[in-house]
Design a protein. Structure first.
Length: 245
């Protein structure tokens, strides 16, 4: 699975780093990453000179991450809930990983990891087929196994709402202020095989029985053209740890 994440999940553009730093208003010397996976986002921040501590509960993911990141990156095998308060950071961020964390005490725990005035960032988004006809063919091929492959909003926020999760929770939290939501638009072209490859990393498919996974990926492969264009927009949520808490 770690190899599939590394091969098929797209990385993050420098525009994302610039957006986070512009919000911070000053260089973030130290950063803590929640659920770093194979380090796609770790690379972006570390290569821009940020001292990153990458945390990830899965040992295989961390082993893959270590192959690709600068030696300056510190790695810790731990789930978010297992991180002990003590050391604080100028930036704490999660790249397509926050929905795996336990909602109970999420924001007080997050605030405890941040310096007062420090920045929290969460970013990610689905990869969606740009051609509506191809998207419909894939939906029909998937339908016998899976009604939808999208991750539902963890707090039930409707898709069209002007503020999406986790911005909705951050606004309600006593620990954070200045909540912002932005979108970095991105279009990518990939082979049909690579598109199906990234589907193998999506949680909706991972929970299917192995035999059904094989069938659904085979059915989808059959309806795809040789290459596909996808919308891979990145939704970015930013907030600041309150000083007075």
């Amino acid at each position: 699975m770690a190899e599939a994440y590394e091969r098929f999940r797209p990385g993050y553009p420098v525009e994302l780093f610039d957006m986070v730093m512009a919000y911070a208003g000053q260089p973030a010397g130290t950063a803590l990453e929640i659920g770093a996976g194979t380090g796609k986002a770790t690379r972006l921040f570390a290569q821009q000179g940020v001292t990153v501590t990458a945390t990830e509960p899965d040992g295989a993911m961390l082993a893959e991450l270590r192959k690709h990141v600068p030696a300056s990156v510190r790695t810790v095998q731990a789930a978010f809930e297992d991180l002990q308060p003590g050391e604080t950071y100028g930036l704490v961020y999660a790249a397509a990983a926050l929905h795996w964390t336990n909602p109970e005490g999420r924001w007080s725990r997050m605030a405890a990891l941040l310096e007062p005035g420090g920045v929290f960032a969460s970013f990610g988004g689905p990869i969606q087929l740009a051609d509506p006809d191809v998207a419909e063919a894939v939906r029909a091929a998937r339908a016998p196994f899976l009604e939808s492959d999208e991750i539902p909003s963890p707090d039930g926020t409707p898709p069209g709402h002007d503020m999406q999760w986790p911005g909705t929770e951050l606004r309600r939290s006593e620990w954070f202020t200045g909540v912002q939501q932005s979108v970095i638009e991105r279009r990518l072209t990939m082979s049909a095989r690579d598109y199906v490859g990234q589907l193998t990393t999506i949680s909706a498919y991972l929970v299917l029985p192995a035999s059904e996974q094989e069938q659904v990926f085979s059915q989808i492969m059959q309806v795809l053209p040789e290459t596909v264009e996808v919308a891979a927009d990145i939704t970015v949520h930013l907030a600041r740890r309150r000083y007075e808490q």
